[in-house]
Design a protein around this ligand. Structure first.
Ligand SMILES: [Zn+2]
Length: 289
C-alpha cells in the first residue's frame, strides 16, 4: 500500500471514535485498526499500546519527537506496513527560572539527577499486560500555559523540549487520575518536584508533576477521577501549574491527542463519583506476543 493511501485510511479510522486522535508527526501518534490475530505491533523498536473500541482492536504507535519526517515501517506480526511521518515545527519558548540551580545544577545535584533518571526510566517503561485504558479525563482544569513539544531555552541555555502540557491552575487545586491504572512511582524529583506516574495497561503511562502534595502511594490501584494530589510549584517551575505527560513504551507524545476536546469548567464531587463508577470494567487481556 502506498503511504498516501494509508494516510487517507488513517483519517477514516479516526472518525470512528473520539479519542485518541491519529497525528503522524514527531511527538504524535498513529492509530491503526488491527486484525483480531495481531497482538504485537512495533514501530521504530517501540511497542504499540493496544486498545479496544466497540469490539475492534487498535494499536497506538508513539512517534518520538526526534524522528526525521519520512516513510517508516510498522511491524504487524509477520507483516510490514509503510507509514509516512510528516513534518511539524514546534515553537521556541524562552523562560527565566529564578532558582538558577535548577538550570545549572550543583555537583551534588548531578548525583541526585543521575539516580532519578534511572528511577524515572524504570517508571516510564513499566508495562502491565492488557488493553490500554485510553478513555482519559482532564486531570485538572485551567488554561494551557505551555503546549507539548516547545523547544525550550531556560535562562539562555537550550534544554530538552517540553514533553507534556502545562495546565495553569492555582496551588491546591485537585489533581485526578486521567484513567484507571496503577501508581508505578510517586515522590520528590529534582526537576519535576512532586511527581506521580500512573500506568494504564499496555505501557501507557501518565505523569503529573510539580504537585504541592501527593496523596497516593506507589503500587496502589487508582480509578479514573480519583484524587492523586494537588497543583503546586515544586521542582523547576516559573509558577504554579500541573505538568501532565503521556508516554507509550517510554516515548513522550502530545497529551492533547488523548484528552476530550472540551475541558470541564470545574470538577464537582458529584461529577467525579459518576466518572469513577462509570469507568468500564477491564477487558481480558490479549496474549503478549
Ligand atoms: Zn511542563
Amino acid at each position: 500500500m502506498r503511504p498516501s493511501i494509508i494516510f487517507v485510511f488513517l483519517l477514516l479510522c479516526q472518525s470512528l471514535f473520539a479519542a485518541p486522535k491519529s497525528l503522524p508527526v514527531p511527538g504524535g501518534i498513529i492509530v491503526l485498526p488491527l486484525e483480531d490475530n495481531v497482538t504485537s505491533v512495533t514501530f521504530l523498536n517501540k511497542r504499540a499500546a493496544l486498545f479496544k473500541e466497540k469490539g475492534r482492536i487498535y494499536a497506538v504507535l508513539p512517534v518520538p519527537l526526534t524522528v526525521t519526517p519520512g516513510v517508516y515501517e510498522v511491524l504487524l506480526a509477520d507483516k510490514k506496513l509503510k507509514i509516512e511521518i510528516e513534518a511539524k515545527e514546534y515553537a521556541v519558548q524562552r523562560l527565566q527560572i529564578k532558582n538558577r540551580r535548577k538550570v545549572e545544577p550543583a555537583r551534588e545535584d548531578l548525583v541526585r539527577i543521575t539516580k532519578e533518571r534511572s528511577r524515572k526510566q524504570k517508571a516510564k517503561s513499566f508495562r502491565s499486560p492488557g488493553f490500554a485504558d485510553l478513555d482519559f479525563i482532564w486531570p485538572t482544569t485551567g488554561r494551557i500555559s505551555s503546549p507539548f513539544g516547545l523547544k525550550r531555552v531556560l535562562n539562555g541555555r537550550p534544554k530538552a523540549p517540553h514533553r507534556g502540557i502545562d495546565i495553569a491552575a492555582p496551588e491546591g487545586r485537585e489533581v485526578f487520575a486521567a484513567a484507571d491504572g496503577i501508581v508505578v512511582d510517586a515522590g520528590d524529583f529534582f526537576f519535576s518536584g512532586n511527581l506521580v506516574f500512573i500506568e494504564h495497561h499496555g505501557g501507557v503511562v501518565t505523569t503529573y508533576a510539580h504537585l504541592q502534595k501527593i496523596v497516593v502511594k506507589p503500587k496502589s490501584i487508582v480509578r479514573k477521577g480519583e484524587l492523586i494530589g494537588f497543583v503546586g510549584k515544586t521542582g523547576r517551575v516559573t509558577g504554579e501549574h500541573l505538568h501532565f505527560g503521556v508516554m507509550i513504551d517510554s516515548i513522550y507524545v502530545d497529551p492533547l491527542l488523548f484528552l476530550p476536546t472540551r475541558q470541564p469548567s470545574i470538577y464537582t464531587s458529584e461529577k467525579l463519583s459518576k466518572i469513577s463508577s462509570g469507568s468500564a470494567k477491564r477487558e481480558t487481556i490479549p496474549p503478549e506476543g
